[in-house]
Structure formats: C-alpha cells, structure tokens
Write a protein that binds this ligand. Structure first.
Ligand code: DGJ
Length: 727
C-alpha cells in the first residue's frame, strides 16, 4: 500500500492490492484524473490527458490556446465548460452557481479519520486533497483510502464554507470517477418487497443511467450499488468496477457516457429534494463510496467487498463469532401467541441445537395486529402476564438465549406515545399523514424524539436478559417534514433522518455491547453497508421460499458477505409463494448464511426433530465457512435451472458446494465445476467417499446426480486430505 506524491510532475499515486489510482494537479491547479485500474508503474501519466477533436472547445480563464474541456476531473464543477454531471452545486452570495476548485495542499494520513456521524470503513492509508475556490472560499476535501489487502479505494468529500457568508449546496455527492471510455455494461440490484436484489443489466450509453432512492432508506427497489462490466465480463473474467455507498437514506448513483466516448460515475446523497445550508466555518460530510476494481470478473469484485466489509466495517465483536441459531416465532404464530404458547415452542426445540429464541412482533402495548402500539415499548401484560420474565426463564431453562423484536423508528396512531406526542410523527401540521402498514414514522431528525427511543428501548433491554435484538423497519418515509428543522432548511430532512438513525443505532448498540443486533426492514429493504456497521447480520428477505431465496441470496452476495445474510427455514406451503420445497432443500439454502427456523416447532414430528438436529449439527461444522470463507458463485439462478454457491476456507483446506436444481428434466446430464480449491491439493469428498485432486474436481467437474424431483439440492464437502491415497 502506498500513497505517493511526486512533486515534480505533481502526480498522486495511490496503490492498493492489485490496483493503481493516479491523478495529477494540472497547470491550472485542477485535480485531473489519469488512471484507475490494474496495478501499473509510477510513470509520468500526462499522456493520458485527453486529446479531443476540439468540437466543444472551452478555454479556461488564464490559459491561452489550451482546451480543458476534455480533462478528466477528480471532481466536476459547473460553469467551466465541463458539461458532465457536476459533483456538487453551490449557490454563492451573489446568486451565481460558479465555482473553480484549485489545489491548495494535501495530507497523507496513516490513521483513517472517522466520518462524523456516519459509519465508514476503518484502516487503510488516506490521502486528503484540499481544494478551494479563490473567489468564494468554498472548499472541498477529497478523501481517498487504499488498502494493502484489498483492490478497494474508498472515496468521500467534505464540503466546507471558508467564507464569511452563508453558502447553499443543492448537490453534494461523495465522489466522481472519470472513465477513459464508456464501453461497459451496468449491473444494478433492483427489487421489491419479498424479491430483493435481483440482478439487472443495462448498457452504458451517451447520457445518464442512474439508480436512486427517494424513500429516505436505501430500499428494496434499488440498492446503493452499481457495477460497470467490460463486455466480456462474467463471474471469473473481465473487468468489474463496483461502487457501493455506505449510506441508508435517499441516494443516487449515476453513470454517464460523456462526449468523446468517455464516461463518468458519481453519486452519494440524492440531490432530489436536497439542499444544505453552510454557515461560515461549517462543513458537510458525505457518505463513503467503496469502489472495487476487479480484472477477474464479478467473483473477485464480490470477494473484495466481502473481505473489506468483514475486516473493516462490521462490528469485530461479532463478525467472525458463531452466530445464534434461532427459532423465531413470526411465521409460526404471527401476532397470535401468549406466554403458554411461547413456552411450548421453547420446549419443542429443546435439544435440537437451536440456541436462541426470538420473540418477534406483538409483545408490547396492546398489539394484536399491525395497527397499534408502535412506540409503546412496554410489555403487553394481558398477553404476557408477569412480563417477559416467565418466557425468558422458560427459554433459559430449555438451554437457549432470548432475543426480542423492536421497530424503534415507528409510531402507531393508536398508541400512548401518539396520544402524548402526536408531533413526534413525521408530517406537516394540519395535513393528514400517509399511513403505510397502518403506521407513521418517528421524526429522527429531532433530538428529543431520539432520546425517547433510546431511553425506552434501552430500558426494556436493561430490565430483561436479552442477548439478541431484531431491529425492524416496515415502511418508507412520506410527509417529509420536521417541526425540528427551520422552514428554509426542510430539504435537509432526508439526510438528517440518516444522521438521526445512525445516532440512535450508535447509542443503543454501544450501550448494549453483549447483544447481537439483526437488522431488518420488512425483509431486506435496508440492506446496506451502513446498516452492516451496526448489525452484523440483516434479515435478507421476508420471502423464505427456497426457490426464490436462491436468487435473492445470489443477488445479495454481489456486494455483501453471506455472513451478513440472515436466512431461515420456514414451513410449507411457503407463506409467501405457497410452494412446497422439501425440508432438505429449505435447510440447504437457509444454511448458506446465519440461520434459524421460523415456524411453529410444536408441529414437528419426531422425524422432523431428528432431521432438524442432523441439519443443525452439519451447519455447525460448516459455520466457519459461512463466517470467514471465500464465496465462489458456481451456477447463476438468473440464467438457468441451477444455483450453486461454493464456500471455501481462506487456507483452501475445506470447502462446501451447495447446488440446487429448480426443475427436474428428463435425461439430464449435469456437471458443475467447483471453484476456489487449490488445484494441487487432494480433497476427500465424503458424499462420494472419494479423494480427488483440486484440479480434477474443478476442471473435470462433478455430477450432482440430483434426486428426480423439482426443487432439490445436493451438497458436497471437500476436505483437504493429506493421508488417503487417491482412489
Ligand atoms: C417484517 C419482518 O421482515 C418480519 O420478519 C417480521 O418481523 C415482521 N416485520 C413483524 O412485523
């Protein structure tokens, strides 16, 4: 890893594992991008500057006979003949929106500074580039972090008002990345409730392709992620450049095919309905963008994301620690439970290997359906007489820990809280608020509302023996307005919501360091890196059907590690799709991540119990692969009849291949080609009682010999074999 500044040619060389990122300060004093990609030498890269046809010639002030309309900027600014998407828009005291940011200095830091009020990666070496407009003294600090261990560059910008007057930002993106051509396909992750992170491709073209959210959440509709793929790219070959925002509110990412066939990616906080006032001396931090470069296709890009998130983002207290294997009562009972029922459920799983009982929605206020009580975080005594204690005691007696569900950001109209503080709900006074899932949202931009949430949630936690919390979020923001924000600053609402959310997460998570928090948002509608900073695992989707889960988990793995994807075995017919997949299939797919069971275990037969016990034992043996392994995607369910995930230990001594076939086909001859093994190692495959070279397994392939039914799985283990002769 190195960040080097060459004083002579004013080039910055930023080097991470396998990658180089090079820019220079040009004659005018602008930061000019020269190269990003596979590691190269520290040469004079001036020759990379664009030699355009001059058709859009614009002469910069002070420069005679020099066109700068084609220079590739590190940050695009408006009004200079650069017609790309500007990285920011600022309104000056005169009313103009002009700005020219010149280099004023830089620092190279070995300690990565935290972003104030927002999660970000840790570690790495960081360059801070200082730029300022000579006239208005509006300034920007550009942060670049590189790592020895990952082909990753993390980018963000801090916008500063160094002037004596107020400045207003209409746009404040985190980064801009210039591309020397636009011959890419764009991959994004789209979806909806129960169908999150489906792979979607489009071609890059002249003009802008954007993915965004205007919902004050990172959303199930489009994830804060994009990848650019060279035309030949697949899982293992070609170029893949990923961009993922560490952010949970309204975001935008844009890819632009620009003049002369070049390109540009930029993004950050969505500038839709956005404005930010900067008083003299104030600054605005923007969320971090994690950019990965891979020249070995999507597979290497994903593994880089998985590694950097596991090592530099997710809470180290939990990231590699054996996760709870839960029984969650939601699909087993929904709101219809009482103390006796919960105790029966706890007894029913005794001895099966399940270690945590999670009580889901419906334990508080007077909540018997989704129309009431959010915000009233006290126990529903009529349903649970004596409080949570009798349930928790029974759970402990049956050898498990106890977990509890909250939806801290919400308020029901039918609640004590709303009676007392209707103003706590987001909305404009006098205007009917929109309900969604029959509830309103709390105004997290207000400190008093945040204090209420932190105090009430922490109170319940401190009064009970709780080891696990599921933090749910079941609707998106509407009625965007806060009584706590001045009238002329209402467009700060969406970003202030994110800052409020991070504040309550910080305070609740930090005050309860022994608790593992699982994120959730009506399934996986807020699955983003910022949430992973607080919640080492996130409920991947409310859709628990194994068939549909293969796609959801495949898409989610594009940028998030399997250790972050909570996956449960549920009952059949499946509650979302009415499909019935056999128990083995359901478990094989659910056991690809942190796992559990979400059904009524009092309905288990003795045979079911034996099966669950065997499945959990097997899962525990492979847990290390889920938590720390490398993921290789072997079969793509978006493209065919099969799904395949290969989980390989870092030292390549152990691996597991989970294959799935959707539809049975007559006379099928199917080979799968495992990946990620050491070609020179010998592996024992217990399912075949056979030892083969890694090379043989990977290049000659294996036949799964699926059972002749629809929706079936086959699992193979590969265990490095130092003793046995090759059979
Ligand atoms: C949505 C979640 O995704 C479910 O798992 C469950 O917790 C319900 N909310 C409870 O309301």
């Amino acid at each position: 890893m190195a960040i080097i500044f060459n004083e002579e040619n004013r080039h910055f060389y930023l080097e991470g594992k396998d990658i180089s990122y090079i820019f220079r300060i040009n004659r005018i004093g602008f930061a000019e991008h020269l190269y990003f990609g596979r590691r190269i030498g520290r040469e004079n890269m001036e020759y990379m500057q664009s030699i355009g046809s001059g058709s859009a010639y614009v002469q910069m002030p002070g420069e005679r006979n020099q066109s700068y309309s084609y220079y590739n900027p590190e940050l695009c600014f408006y009004g200079t003949g650069d017609y790309r998407e500007p990285t920011f828009m600022v309104k000056n005291p005169l009313g103009d929106r002009l700005c020219r940011l010149h280099y004023t200095g830089h620092e190279i830091l070995s300690e990565k500074p935290k972003i104030k009020g927002m999660p970000s990666l840790s570690g790495g070496e960081t360059l801070v580039l200082h730029l300022e407009d000579e006239l208005t003294h509006f300034a920007a600090d550009l942060y670049y972090t590189v790592y020895d261990e990952y082909p990753v560059i993390a980018r963000r910008t801090v916008f500063k008002n160094n002037s004596d007057s107020e400045l207003v930002l209409d746009r404040a993106y985190s980064f801009n990345l210039s591309l020397s051509h636009s011959n890419y396909k764009i991959l994004s992750l789209q979806g909806s409730w129960g169908y999150e992170r489906q792979m979607q491709y489009t071609d890059m073209h002249r003009g802008v392709v954007s993915v965004d959210s205007k919902r004050c959440t990172s959303s199930a509709i489009l994830s804060p992620f994009m990848a650019l793929l060279s035309p030949d790219a697949d899982e293992d070959r070609g170029i893949a450049i990923g961009v993922n925002l560490v952010y949970s509110s309204s975001f935008v990412l844009k890819v632009e095919g620009t003049s002369e066939g070049k390109g540009n990616i930029c993004g950050g906080i969505n500038d839709f309905d956005f404005e930010w006032h900067l008083a003299p001396g104030e600054e605005l931090e923007t969320p971090e963008a994690v950019i990965v470069y891979s020249d070995e296709g999507l597979g290497k890009m994903s593994r880089a994301y998985h590694d950097v998130y596991r090592e530099k983002l997710i809470n180290p207290r939990f990231v590699k620690k054996q996760r709870p294997i839960v029984i969650n009562n939601w699909e087993g009972t929904y709101f219809n439970f009482n103390t006796e029922k919960l105790i029966e459920m706890a007894k029913a799983v005794k001895g099966l290997g399940i270690d945590t009982f999670v009580l889901d929605d419906g334990w508080f206020g007077h909540r018997d359906d989704d129309s009431t009580s959010l915000g009233d975080w006290f126990v529903y005594e009529e349903k649970l007489p004596g409080g949570l204690k009798p349930v928790i005691d029974a759970v402990h007696e049956n050898g498990m820990k106890f977990g509890l569900w909250f939806e801290p950001e919400m308020i029901s109209e039918d609640s004590e809280l709303f009676k007392k503080h209707p103003d706590y709900a987001i909305g404009v006074p006098g205007r009917d608020r929109c309900k969604s899932r029959r509830q309103f949202m709390l105004d997290l931009t207000r400190a008093d509302v945040r204090d209420y949430i932190v105090n009430t949630v922490n109170k319940i936690i401190s009064e009970n023996e709780i080891d696990y919390v599921k933090w749910d979020y079941n609707r998106n923001v509407t009625d965007n307005y806060s009584l706590g924000i001045p009238r002329d600053r209402q467009k700060e609402f969406a970003h202030r919501y994110a800052l409020g959310l991070y504040d309550i997460c910080e305070r609740i998570v930090n005050q309860n360091p022994h608790i593992i928090f699982e994120g959730c948002a009506g399934g996986g509608a807020r699955f983003d890196p910022a949430m992973l900073y607080y919640f080492p695992q996130i409920w991947t989707s409310d859709n628990t059907d194994a068939e549909e889960r293969t796609k959801i988990q495949y898409g989610t793995s594009i940028c998030y590690p399997v250790s972050a994807m909570s996956c449960h075995v549920s009952a059949v017919p499946n509650h979302q799709t009415r499909r019935s997949c056999e128990m083995r299939t359901r478990a094989d797919i659910a056991h690809l991540g942190p796992t559990g069971y979400e059904l009524d275990p009092t309905l288990f037969t003795d045979e079911d119990k034996e099966l669950v016990k065997t499945q959990i034992n097997a899962y525990k043996e492979d847990a290390e692969l889920v938590l720390c392994g490398d993921l290789y995607r072997v079969e793509n369910p978006f493209e065919g009849n099969y799904f395949g995930f290969m989980q390989v230990s870092k030292d390549k001594s152990r691996a597991k291949l989970t294959c799935y076939r959707r539809m049975n086909t007559k006379d099928e001859i199917k080979f799968v080609y495992p990946k990620g093994l050491d070609p020179d190692k010998r592996y024992y495959i217990p399912e075949r009682e056979q030892t083969l070279m890694g090379s043989t397994i990977m290049y000659a392939g294996l036949q799964p010999e699926f059972a002749p039914r629809d929706f079936v799985t086959k699992v193979f283990h590969f265990i490095e074999n130092l003793e046995q002769e090759i059979k």
